[in-house]
Design a protein around this ligand. Structure first.
Ligand code: NAP
Length: 242
Protein backbone atom coordinates (compact mmCIF):
# COMPACT_ATOMS: atom_id res chain seq x y z
CA UNK A 1 0.00 0.00 0.00
CA UNK A 2 1.72 3.22 -1.12
CA UNK A 3 0.30 5.98 1.02
CA UNK A 4 -0.37 9.55 0.12
CA UNK A 5 -0.78 10.86 3.66
CA UNK A 6 -0.55 8.39 6.54
CA UNK A 7 -1.56 8.76 10.21
CA UNK A 8 -1.11 6.34 13.12
CA UNK A 9 -3.39 6.75 16.14
CA UNK A 10 -2.74 4.63 19.25
CA UNK A 11 -5.64 3.43 21.40
CA UNK A 12 -7.94 4.17 18.47
CA UNK A 13 -10.60 1.50 18.93
CA UNK A 14 -12.75 3.79 21.09
CA UNK A 15 -13.07 7.12 22.83
CA UNK A 16 -11.01 10.12 21.79
CA UNK A 17 -8.60 8.04 19.66
CA UNK A 18 -11.48 6.67 17.60
CA UNK A 19 -12.83 10.17 16.99
CA UNK A 20 -9.36 11.54 16.15
CA UNK A 21 -9.04 8.73 13.59
CA UNK A 22 -12.42 9.65 12.09
CA UNK A 23 -11.53 13.33 11.83
CA UNK A 24 -8.06 12.69 10.34
CA UNK A 25 -9.70 10.30 7.86
CA UNK A 26 -12.19 13.01 6.91
CA UNK A 27 -9.22 15.35 6.41
CA UNK A 28 -7.88 12.97 3.75
CA UNK A 29 -5.48 10.78 5.70
CA UNK A 30 -5.18 7.04 5.49
CA UNK A 31 -5.48 6.05 9.14
CA UNK A 32 -3.78 3.14 10.90
CA UNK A 33 -6.19 2.40 13.73
CA UNK A 34 -4.01 0.89 16.45
CA UNK A 35 -5.60 -1.30 19.11
CA UNK A 36 -4.15 -3.80 21.57
CA UNK A 37 -7.15 -6.06 20.95
CA UNK A 38 -7.29 -6.85 17.20
CA UNK A 39 -11.01 -7.75 17.35
CA UNK A 40 -11.84 -4.33 18.78
CA UNK A 41 -9.57 -2.71 16.20
CA UNK A 42 -11.37 -4.45 13.32
CA UNK A 43 -14.77 -3.43 14.72
CA UNK A 44 -13.66 0.22 14.91
CA UNK A 45 -12.30 0.09 11.35
CA UNK A 46 -15.59 -1.28 10.10
CA UNK A 47 -17.43 1.70 11.61
CA UNK A 48 -14.89 4.18 10.24
CA UNK A 49 -15.09 2.70 6.74
CA UNK A 50 -18.88 3.00 6.82
CA UNK A 51 -18.22 6.66 7.49
CA UNK A 52 -15.98 6.89 4.40
CA UNK A 53 -12.61 6.77 6.17
CA UNK A 54 -9.67 4.85 4.65
CA UNK A 55 -8.98 3.02 7.93
CA UNK A 56 -6.80 -0.04 8.59
CA UNK A 57 -6.59 -2.01 11.83
CA UNK A 58 -3.13 -2.63 13.28
CA UNK A 59 -2.17 -4.37 16.52
CA UNK A 60 -0.28 -2.28 19.04
CA UNK A 61 0.02 -2.83 22.77
CA UNK A 62 2.10 -0.14 24.45
CA UNK A 63 3.16 -2.67 27.07
CA UNK A 64 4.50 -5.13 24.50
CA UNK A 65 7.65 -4.08 22.67
CA UNK A 66 7.22 -6.97 20.21
CA UNK A 67 3.97 -5.42 18.89
CA UNK A 68 5.64 -2.01 18.64
CA UNK A 69 8.62 -3.36 16.67
CA UNK A 70 6.39 -5.48 14.43
CA UNK A 71 4.17 -2.54 13.56
CA UNK A 72 7.15 -0.29 12.77
CA UNK A 73 8.51 -3.01 10.47
CA UNK A 74 5.11 -3.45 8.76
CA UNK A 75 4.71 0.27 8.12
CA UNK A 76 8.29 0.47 6.81
CA UNK A 77 7.60 -2.40 4.41
CA UNK A 78 4.38 -0.89 3.04
CA UNK A 79 4.74 2.88 3.22
CA UNK A 80 7.48 5.38 2.36
CA UNK A 81 6.91 7.35 5.54
CA UNK A 82 4.53 8.26 8.39
CA UNK A 83 3.05 11.78 8.42
CA UNK A 84 1.23 11.85 11.76
CA UNK A 85 1.70 10.00 15.05
CA UNK A 86 -1.00 10.55 17.66
CA UNK A 87 0.12 9.10 21.00
CA UNK A 88 -3.40 8.78 22.40
CA UNK A 89 -3.52 5.46 24.28
CA UNK A 90 -3.65 5.96 28.03
CA UNK A 91 -5.04 4.54 31.25
CA UNK A 92 -6.22 5.44 34.71
CA UNK A 93 -6.26 2.94 37.57
CA UNK A 94 -8.81 2.63 40.35
CA UNK A 95 -6.07 2.00 42.93
CA UNK A 96 -4.26 5.18 41.95
CA UNK A 97 -4.79 7.92 44.54
CA UNK A 98 -3.22 10.78 46.49
CA UNK A 99 0.54 10.60 47.21
CA UNK A 100 0.04 9.25 50.74
CA UNK A 101 -1.76 6.09 49.66
CA UNK A 102 -1.67 5.58 45.88
CA UNK A 103 -0.90 1.95 45.16
CA UNK A 104 2.71 1.87 43.98
CA UNK A 105 1.82 -0.98 41.64
CA UNK A 106 -0.88 1.21 40.07
CA UNK A 107 1.51 4.14 39.66
CA UNK A 108 3.95 1.79 37.90
CA UNK A 109 1.20 0.37 35.65
CA UNK A 110 0.09 3.85 34.65
CA UNK A 111 3.64 4.96 33.88
CA UNK A 112 4.25 1.76 31.91
CA UNK A 113 1.48 2.73 29.51
CA UNK A 114 1.14 6.52 29.57
CA UNK A 115 4.86 7.30 29.62
CA UNK A 116 7.19 4.36 28.92
CA UNK A 117 4.88 2.83 26.29
CA UNK A 118 4.49 6.17 24.57
CA UNK A 119 8.26 6.72 24.54
CA UNK A 120 8.73 3.25 23.04
CA UNK A 121 6.18 3.86 20.26
CA UNK A 122 7.66 7.28 19.50
CA UNK A 123 11.21 5.93 19.26
CA UNK A 124 10.08 3.10 16.98
CA UNK A 125 8.14 5.42 14.65
CA UNK A 126 10.67 8.25 14.53
CA UNK A 127 12.66 6.91 11.53
CA UNK A 128 9.38 6.79 9.53
CA UNK A 129 8.35 10.27 10.72
CA UNK A 130 11.75 11.69 9.73
CA UNK A 131 11.18 10.46 6.17
CA UNK A 132 7.91 12.41 5.83
CA UNK A 133 7.99 15.93 4.36
CA UNK A 134 6.70 17.54 7.59
CA UNK A 135 5.59 15.09 10.24
CA UNK A 136 3.50 15.91 13.30
CA UNK A 137 3.56 14.16 16.68
CA UNK A 138 0.75 14.82 19.15
CA UNK A 139 1.03 13.53 22.70
CA UNK A 140 -2.43 13.32 24.22
CA UNK A 141 -1.77 14.72 27.67
CA UNK A 142 -4.25 16.23 30.16
CA UNK A 143 -4.71 19.43 32.15
CA UNK A 144 -4.05 17.11 35.09
CA UNK A 145 -0.41 16.89 33.91
CA UNK A 146 0.16 20.60 34.49
CA UNK A 147 2.43 21.32 37.49
CA UNK A 148 1.15 24.91 37.48
CA UNK A 149 -2.52 23.89 37.65
CA UNK A 150 -1.79 21.15 40.22
CA UNK A 151 -0.18 23.89 42.36
CA UNK A 152 -3.21 26.20 42.07
CA UNK A 153 -5.56 25.55 45.00
CA UNK A 154 -8.36 27.51 43.29
CA UNK A 155 -8.27 25.41 40.09
CA UNK A 156 -11.60 23.68 39.48
CA UNK A 157 -9.89 20.25 39.56
CA UNK A 158 -7.57 21.10 42.50
CA UNK A 159 -9.07 18.23 44.50
CA UNK A 160 -8.38 15.67 41.81
CA UNK A 161 -4.82 14.51 42.47
CA UNK A 162 -4.29 10.85 41.56
CA UNK A 163 -0.48 10.74 41.75
CA UNK A 164 0.17 8.13 39.07
CA UNK A 165 -2.06 9.60 36.37
CA UNK A 166 -1.13 13.26 36.91
CA UNK A 167 2.61 12.50 37.18
CA UNK A 168 2.49 10.30 34.05
CA UNK A 169 1.03 13.18 32.04
CA UNK A 170 3.60 15.62 33.46
CA UNK A 171 6.28 13.15 32.32
CA UNK A 172 4.62 12.93 28.91
CA UNK A 173 4.81 16.72 28.68
CA UNK A 174 8.55 16.45 29.32
CA UNK A 175 8.77 14.09 26.34
CA UNK A 176 7.04 16.75 24.23
CA UNK A 177 9.43 19.51 25.30
CA UNK A 178 12.60 17.44 24.95
CA UNK A 179 11.70 15.81 21.65
CA UNK A 180 10.64 19.14 20.12
CA UNK A 181 14.03 20.52 21.16
CA UNK A 182 15.88 17.54 19.73
CA UNK A 183 13.97 17.91 16.43
CA UNK A 184 14.21 21.72 16.32
CA UNK A 185 16.16 21.76 13.04
CA UNK A 186 13.69 19.44 11.28
CA UNK A 187 10.18 20.15 9.93
CA UNK A 188 8.72 17.81 12.57
CA UNK A 189 6.46 19.42 15.17
CA UNK A 190 5.79 17.86 18.57
CA UNK A 191 3.02 19.13 20.85
CA UNK A 192 0.95 18.07 23.86
CA UNK A 193 -2.84 18.26 23.69
CA UNK A 194 -5.22 18.56 26.63
CA UNK A 195 -8.52 17.17 25.34
CA UNK A 196 -10.56 18.57 28.24
CA UNK A 197 -12.89 16.51 30.44
CA UNK A 198 -14.63 14.23 27.94
CA UNK A 199 -17.20 11.47 28.38
CA UNK A 200 -15.33 8.20 27.68
CA UNK A 201 -14.80 4.84 29.36
CA UNK A 202 -11.69 6.33 31.02
CA UNK A 203 -13.95 8.27 33.43
CA UNK A 204 -17.12 6.13 33.28
CA UNK A 205 -18.47 8.59 30.73
CA UNK A 206 -18.69 11.34 33.33
CA UNK A 207 -17.07 14.19 31.36
CA UNK A 208 -19.22 17.08 30.07
CA UNK A 209 -17.60 17.14 26.59
CA UNK A 210 -18.48 14.91 23.63
CA UNK A 211 -15.70 12.90 21.95
CA UNK A 212 -15.97 15.31 18.99
CA UNK A 213 -15.07 18.17 21.35
CA UNK A 214 -12.44 16.04 23.09
CA UNK A 215 -10.72 15.20 19.80
CA UNK A 216 -10.66 18.73 18.39
CA UNK A 217 -7.37 20.05 19.81
CA UNK A 218 -5.46 16.85 19.04
CA UNK A 219 -6.67 16.98 15.44
CA UNK A 220 -5.73 20.67 15.14
CA UNK A 221 -2.20 19.93 16.39
CA UNK A 222 -1.91 16.91 14.05
CA UNK A 223 -2.75 19.14 11.07
CA UNK A 224 -0.62 22.17 12.01
CA UNK A 225 0.70 24.25 9.10
CA UNK A 226 4.43 24.91 8.63
CA UNK A 227 4.27 28.11 10.69
CA UNK A 228 2.55 26.36 13.62
CA UNK A 229 4.12 25.90 17.07
CA UNK A 230 6.29 23.06 18.33
CA UNK A 231 7.11 22.07 21.90
CA UNK A 232 3.79 23.50 23.14
CA UNK A 233 0.88 22.39 25.35
CA UNK A 234 -2.61 23.37 24.26
CA UNK A 235 -6.31 22.98 24.97
CA UNK A 236 -8.97 24.23 22.53
CA UNK A 237 -9.06 27.61 24.30
CA UNK A 238 -5.30 28.13 23.79
CA UNK A 239 -1.98 27.41 25.54
CA UNK A 240 -1.93 25.49 28.83
CA UNK A 241 0.61 26.38 31.57
CA UNK A 242 3.20 23.62 32.10
P1 NAP B 1 -10.67 5.40 26.63
O1 NAP B 1 -12.00 5.55 25.97
O2 NAP B 1 -10.53 4.55 27.83
O3 NAP B 1 -9.62 4.95 25.51
C1 NAP B 1 -8.30 4.62 25.85
C2 NAP B 1 -7.69 3.85 24.70
O4 NAP B 1 -6.34 3.52 25.04
C3 NAP B 1 -8.41 2.52 24.41
O5 NAP B 1 -8.41 2.29 23.04
C4 NAP B 1 -7.53 1.52 25.14
O6 NAP B 1 -7.62 0.20 24.61
C5 NAP B 1 -6.18 2.12 24.81
N1 NAP B 1 -5.11 1.56 25.63
C6 NAP B 1 -5.03 1.46 26.97
N2 NAP B 1 -3.92 0.80 27.31
C7 NAP B 1 -3.29 0.45 26.16
C8 NAP B 1 -2.11 -0.26 25.86
N3 NAP B 1 -1.31 -0.79 26.80
N4 NAP B 1 -1.78 -0.41 24.55
C9 NAP B 1 -2.55 0.09 23.57
N5 NAP B 1 -3.70 0.73 23.79
C10 NAP B 1 -4.05 0.92 25.08
O7 NAP B 1 -10.11 6.82 27.10
P2 NAP B 1 -10.05 8.27 26.38
O8 NAP B 1 -10.71 9.22 27.31
O9 NAP B 1 -10.48 8.20 24.95
O10 NAP B 1 -8.49 8.53 26.49
C11 NAP B 1 -7.65 8.84 25.39
C12 NAP B 1 -6.51 9.71 25.89
O11 NAP B 1 -7.03 10.97 26.32
C13 NAP B 1 -5.76 9.13 27.09
O12 NAP B 1 -4.37 9.34 26.93
C14 NAP B 1 -6.28 9.96 28.26
O13 NAP B 1 -5.37 10.02 29.33
C15 NAP B 1 -6.48 11.29 27.58
N6 NAP B 1 -7.40 12.22 28.28
C16 NAP B 1 -8.71 11.90 28.41
C17 NAP B 1 -9.55 12.81 29.04
C18 NAP B 1 -11.02 12.53 29.22
O14 NAP B 1 -11.69 13.30 29.94
N7 NAP B 1 -11.57 11.47 28.61
C19 NAP B 1 -9.06 14.02 29.52
C20 NAP B 1 -7.71 14.30 29.38
C21 NAP B 1 -6.89 13.40 28.75
P3 NAP B 1 -8.68 -0.88 25.22
O15 NAP B 1 -10.03 -0.59 24.60
O16 NAP B 1 -8.12 -2.18 24.79
O17 NAP B 1 -8.70 -0.69 26.71
Amino acid sequence: MQNTKLALVTGANKGIGFEVSRQLGKAGYTVLVAARNPTLGEAAVEKLRTDGVDAHAVELDLNRQDTIDKLAAEITARHPHLDILVNNAGITDRTDGPPSNASLAAVRRIFDTNFFGTVAVTQAMLPLLRKAPAARIVNVSSGLGSLTLNSDRSWEYANFKPLGYNASKAALNMLTVQLAYELRDTPIKVNSADPGYTATDLNNNSGPQTIEEGAAETVRLALLPADGPTGGYFETAGPRPW
